[in-house]
Design a protein. Sequence first.
Length: 237
Amino acid sequence: MSTSTIDVRRSGDRFWTRIDWLDSRHSFSFGGHYDPQNVGHGLLLVSNDDRVRAGSGFSTHPHRDMEIVTWVLSGELEHKDSEGNLGIIYPGLAQRMSAGTGIFHSEINPSTDTDVHFVQMWVQPDATSVKPGYEQLDVNDQLAGGGLVAVASGRGHDAAIRVHQRDAVLWAGRLLPGSTVELPDDRHVHVFVPTGRLEIDGIDTLLSGDAARLTAAGPLTGTVGAGGAEILVWATA
């Protein structure tokens, strides 16, 4: 049995990479930033809050045996990979790349004048050496209905892109001011608030860039502050 905990992590306490074209905040150890006590939460190993300047981005680089989900908050991001996939990711388009046996890809901001803000998240797969793959799905209509929407899942949710991890679901919500949302009740739940304000059951309030790591915390409710909020919630084993 896991001990029940609620661990709030503030935006300003995250690892920070800042170079001329990239402003990136890392929720967990990433790249040259390493803390052995902060290498993930449940099956979620990476959650990077990235802002990439117009005309810049991540040139072609490899990945292997990882489920990578990208969620754009504003602007656009061009994806291109060695499997021949090419597309523009925009707000409300859920995108997953399965690295599997190995894949090369690039992520470039195609705009000439607008930055792109996105969150990229990596989940450990439940099987190694799968065939590399790519999937995307526009979920704007589902998000407009309010509440949390399963946008990436290994559990067969109808409106979700599939990840190769049976014990993981990513929920997203564009929530109206004053609305409430039931958070998933799983062993490990990671609540990230890219924009807005969310109060969790009177326990604590998350502001833009804050996160809460819930471990065996049971059912909890979030209340959205004035101005609304966009949230991303991973529920994993």
